[in-house]
Design a protein around this ligand. Structure first.
Ligand SMILES: NC(=O)c1ccc[n+]([C@@H]2O[C@H](COP(=O)([O-])OP(=O)(O)OC[C@H]3O[C@@H](n4cnc5c(N)ncnc54)[C@H](O)[C@@H]3O)[C@@H](O)[C@H]2O)c1
Length: 372
């Protein structure tokens, strides 16, 4: 429960009042996580499709449904806004939510560009509110265990990584009007799907130094790319090969990290627990030492539940956001470097992505079309 200091001697507890804006497919995961989290209540929802909003409110026990975020804020005082709308409206909606005095939890990708993301983080700072982005692949006991092992140095230096998001999305998926278009989706599968694994990879390996990529259109009828192939060089010298696709019949989301002392692998689709991870020690590592790298048995899987539970715990305690929700810009910076590389050619360094307004303003880039 959020604790309000009324007077020095008296404290009262108060539930956080949450609202979901955008009641499409991913919103269900948010409503279920809110329902499972003590100290927070879903009080209202909003969607430009009024019937969808009303049905969602009835299903998930929200007291009110609105047709816009403006109507929502005019009628209700909200403490936390969950943005489950298409990414093209995240920026104005987040700015409105911060002006209302709410914290914001935004779905990935947080925005269509780093310029928009900066506007959101600036608005959060001005309002002294928290801004969390849903990169739920960082969460779960197993990812935490691997991060601790890597950070401790027990596995030696990370040398090479492979990061694959090989999914299948058909024409029906792209029939939703905002998908597949630069204007409304901001980018293709690299921005919308690959960003999850790229975020997890960067969460594990730390700061990046430079990146390059090429964009391909192999089959789908989209303006953006349906395949990309990229390379990331991390500050620690680790080189990573990154492939992203929506034309892959056997789907997988996988990361492999080869360090001096082990190979770490995770192979899953939309979420992972300890059963999806494997650490293979190098021949030089004793069985006794490798036994100490075993994954913990009290296993919390990755996902919205884990992420939102830890974000709400920090909001309720008044603490900074947890590491699993910190650094909202890092994955978008890497993805921005990929698109800029496809546009300009060559390798794009982190300073350019962090400082050049032209790079930060858009992801639009030429896509090599290999369709017959
Ligand atoms: N973290 C994940 O695993 C995950 C999974 C799926 C989608 N997402 C992200 O969630 C977001 C939404 O994706 P989705 O698949 O749920 O989309 P969706 O199209 O199913 O739902 C979006 C909803 O927002 C509504 N909407 C559109 N504009 C609006 C506006 N201005 N105000 C209020 N409502 C508006 C639409 O009517 C629709 O109901 C995207 O950013 C997407 O990338 C994340």
């Amino acid at each position: 429960m959020a604790v309000l200091e009324i007077e020095k001697r008296h404290t009262v507890t108060q539930e956080l009042r949450a609202a979901i804006v955008g009641t499409g497919s991913v919103a269900v995961l948010h409503a279920e996580s809110i329902a499972a989290t003590p100290g927070v209540r879903l009080v209202a929802v909003a969607d430009v499709m009024p019937r969808r909003a009303a049905e969602f409110a009835a299903t998930h026990g929200a007291g009110a449904a609105f047709e816009s975020i403006e109507q929502l804020f005019a009628a209700e005082q909200i403490d936390v806004v969950h943005l489950c709308t298409p990414p093209g409206v995240h920026e104005p909606q987040a700015v409105a939510a911060f002006a209302h005095g709410a914290h914001v939890i935004a779905e990935k990708p947080p925005a269509l560009s780093l310029t928009e993301l900066q506007s959101m983080t600036d608005a959060a700072a001005r309002a002294d509110r928290r801004f969390a982005v849903v990169f739920q692949q960082r969460t779960g006991t197993a990812a935490d265990h691997v991060k601790r092992l890597l950070d401790s140095g027990a596995l030696g230096r990370a040398l090479f990584a492979a990061c694959d998001t090989l999914w299948l999305r058909d024409a029906e998926y792209y029939s939703v009007p905002w998908r597949g278009r630069w204007e409304t989706e901001g980018g293709g599968t690299t921005l919308s799907h690959g960003i999850h694994q790229i975020d997890l990879l960067a969460y594990l390996l730390g700061d990046w130094r430079a990146a390059s990529a090429q964009l391909w259109r192999q089959e789908r009828d989209v303006e953006t790319e349906d395949v990309s192939t990229g390379t990331i060089l991390f500050e620690a010298g680790t080189v990573a090969s990154v492939s992203t696709s929506v034309v892959s019949p056997r789907q997988t989301s996988s990361i492999r990290i080869d360090t001096e002392r082990a190979t770490i692998e995770v192979d899953h689709l939309y979420g992972h627990d300890r059963s999806h991870w494997r650490i293979t020690p190098a021949p030089s590592v004793s069985a006794e030492e490798a036994a100490g790298w075993e994954f913990p048995h009290d296993d919390t899987p990755s996902g919205h539940d884990a992420l939102l539970a830890s974000v709400y715990a920090s909001l309720i305690a008044g603490d900074p956001l947890p590491a699993v929700a910190a650094e909202p810009a890092r994955a978008l910076e890497i993805v921005t470097a990929f698109y800029a590389s496809a546009r300009l050619g060559g390798t794009i360094g982190r300073p350019a992505v962090q400082g050049d307004p032209e790079l930060r303003g858009t992801l639009r880039a030429p896509v090599a079309d290999n369709r017959p």
